[in-house]
Design a protein around this ligand. Structure first.
Ligand SMILES: [Zn+2]
Ligand SMILES: [Zn+2]
Length: 299
């Protein structure tokens, strides 16, 4: 049984399960526990940056000083992905977590980034949290984040998580409207149920893969996006057949099929952000590795 599928605990009044509780039934985590040490590069201690980039219509990026009024923008808080033993590193690494904002409308994507807890302004303005899936690198801070969002803020998830009063399980086919965001979902190839999100807002389209292997279906789903926020876990083609994550090779395939204005990579584990960017750039120019604290404004 997966540790996060303990249905009896859904909506329980116990708001913050200790890490020991979270890590019971580790076998349910599947591949994230098996691929633990060989070739590992990503125990990052990333510095937060405050860089802001304007994504121009021609796909080029220009560094700017502040976010212009009325523009859709994506902020990346953490870029670590996967599991790195021991289990307590889930609490110390800065795993994936993002915000997408248009004027006063804010949605959060995944809850693995400890650094988002310092951004009180974004948490107080959150209209919803969307979870791609319930592997711990994507949800480890969800209980604390829930406490810091306005009371009643919905948390949408494909699967159950204990101790969250406002958790709403949503199916893959339901389209959602949250403030000015229109949200589509697609199942990806991963070791547990994972949603890729396609989010339309302010005349722009942003895709977030969550955790996924490359498939043509994912490429088709992500077509017509201004920006694709993709995972890039591996640095080895050999992983392709046995694992449900992407390497730079697969990010290239996704880029070729979907042709976004920008591929933004995150969820690094066996490849450094620098190496991933170098490898993908050989085939697809408009690519960038995310940094914690970075903002992309979409023109
Ligand atoms: Zn992950
Ligand atoms: Zn995962």
């Amino acid at each position: 049984m997966g540790i996060m599928t303990a249905g009896s605990a859904l909506g329980s009044p116990d708001p913050k399960p200790p890490l020991e509780t979270l890590t019971e039934g580790m076998a349910g985590l599947g591949d994230e526990l098996e691929d633990i040490s060989e070739g590992l590069v990503s125990i990052f201690q990333e510095k937060m940056v405050n860089d802001i980039y304007l994504l121009r219509l021609d796909g080029t990026l220009e560094q700017i000083d502040k976010v212009p009024e009325g523009k859709v923008h994506l902020k990346t808080y953490g870029i670590d992905g996967g599991f790195v033993p021991p289990l307590k590193t889930y609490l110390t690494r800065n795993q994936v977590g993002y915000s997408l904002r248009h004027n006063d409308d804010v949605i959060l994507l995944d809850a693995g980034a400890k650094t988002i807890l310092k951004d009180k302004e974004i948490l107080e303005n959150a209209d919803a949290m969307l979870l791609s899936h319930i592997h711990l690198d994507h949800i480890i801070h969800i209980w604390q984040i829930a406490e810091n969002m306005p009371a009643g803020t919905p948390i949408y998830s494909p699967s159950r998580i204990s101790g969250l009063n406002n958790l709403k399980i949503v199916g893959p086919r339901s389209h959602q409207k949250i403030k000015s965001f229109h949200i589509e979902k697609s199942l990806t190839m991963h070791s547990i149920v994972n949603y890729a999100y396609k989010i339309h807002v302010g005349g722009k389209t942003i895709c977030y893969t969550g955790d996924a292997n490359y498939t043509k279906g994912l490429g088709n789903f992500c077509k017509d996006s201004d920006l694709i926020l993709t995972e890039c876990t591996h640095n080895d083609k050999n992983f392709d057949l046995i694992d449900s994550h992407m390497s730079p090779d697969e990010v290239i395939k996704l880029a070729y099929r979907a042709q976004p204005r920008l591929m933004l990579m995150s969820h690094f584990k066996y490849v450094t952000p620098e190496k991933a960017e170098e490898l993908v750039k050989e085939e697809f120019q408009n690519v960038m590795s995310a940094k914690p604290g970075m903002t992309i404004v979409i023109e």
